[in-house]
Design a protein around this ligand. Sequence first.
Ligand code: LFR
Length: 473
Amino acid sequence: MTGGAVAAVDLGATSGRVMLGRVSDGMVSLEPVARFPNGPVEGADGLHWDFSALYGHILSGLRDAVAREPALASIGIDSWAVDYGLVAEGHLVGEPFHYRDERTLRGAEAVHAIVPFEQLYRRNGLQFLAFNTLYQYVTEQGLDDIDVALLIPDLVSFLLTGTQGAERTNASTTGLVDVQTGQWDLELARRLGVPASVLPPLVDPGAHLGRLRGEAAAAVGADLEVIAVGSHDTASAIVAVPLSSPNAAYISCGTWGLVGVELDTPVVSDAAREANFTNEGGVDGRVRFLHNVTGLWLLSESVRAWEAEDGESIDLPSLLADAASVGHDVPLFDANDPRLAAPGDMPARIAAVLRDAGAAAPTSRPAFARSIVESIAAAFAGAVHTAGRLTDREIDVIHIVGGGTLNRLLCQATADRSGLTVLAGPVEATALGNVLVQARALGWFGADAALETLREAVVAAFPPERFEPAQRP
Ligand code: LFR
């Protein structure tokens, strides 16, 4: 067989979706089936995810997928990274914490008091992000009382199949995987008081996890197989970047902008640590050497605040069109300022950041939106440049994938500010990467097909759009 259909469940921080992916003779196509909202929920003890609601949406989305394509071969799950659910006696204990909850700040201090960041970086290769799982684990009260901690996609797979595992690309974001060996760093876990028993066996993307168990099969209407994909959404997205040059950089742009290059071996130099670049695990053992830039979160939170103020919804495309025609310079701010990380009144916070830097906030919403887009683009261009410097590469093109590709103003501003050609697309890179890894595991590309073969299928189906810089350096 050279093809068939699979379902990709892709959970983002602001929305989730179920997509049907079809593969036939090396060609791939995608069809949206279900889309549902996601976001932080304020609980008595902090910010959580409404995982129970998400799981309900996943089951009903899969049911719709089966109704549309009864010959569905398998399911793959990906989501944002670092967050997890605690499982005891086969059940989820409480709703998982949201990575934007403030408890992470305490955790980082506690961990670094035991293992200074310099040492930690050499072991796990991760940039400092206050929400990395290990910082969350040390704030947990009851790790000794649970059976296992499962990252969000692993938790979904467990509820669907009963199989417990830690898919490697996402496990790499916990901070407890040794960046050189790819195995759990049990010595580090012990020093931090994380019981080894909560870390499930590591699983490779492409592994067959099992079939839906009774209850899940009944809810979905079919007894399907679940296949591990690059379950960290960014890992799946990078599978579907149609890298067009060995010196290409990529930006996976959604809530976050993940800016970096693909490597075969990690870089844990002092310079990489100082620049806060991460070595996350990619599919097929590749390294995602990248930096997190606060991406469209700044815009979506601002729009959310303006909508609350107006009591009605805002049309983003027309706001961006107005932003594009702002004829004067707008002030830039540091998109990665930690004060902009938590949910809240984003325009007021950005205004405060600008004020502290001696600049006045734009007075109209289009100019404000332009200031956000230009500031994100400036951070993107800076991170691309740094990725090149740290890996000794002359970056010659930037690929942007994900929802951010719909923001043409951002794509053009990134080209202009970097002086490099931007190739934009595909927009649904994450779901595509998810589909392609399942398809390969099912033998539809040949079991040994390299990522490059999968990427050829991406270019053929979704030729990228070019944005040329106004000037080259
Ligand atoms: C993107 C992403 C990033 C990760 C952040 C938090 O959706 O997965 O890669 O750093 O969310 O999990």
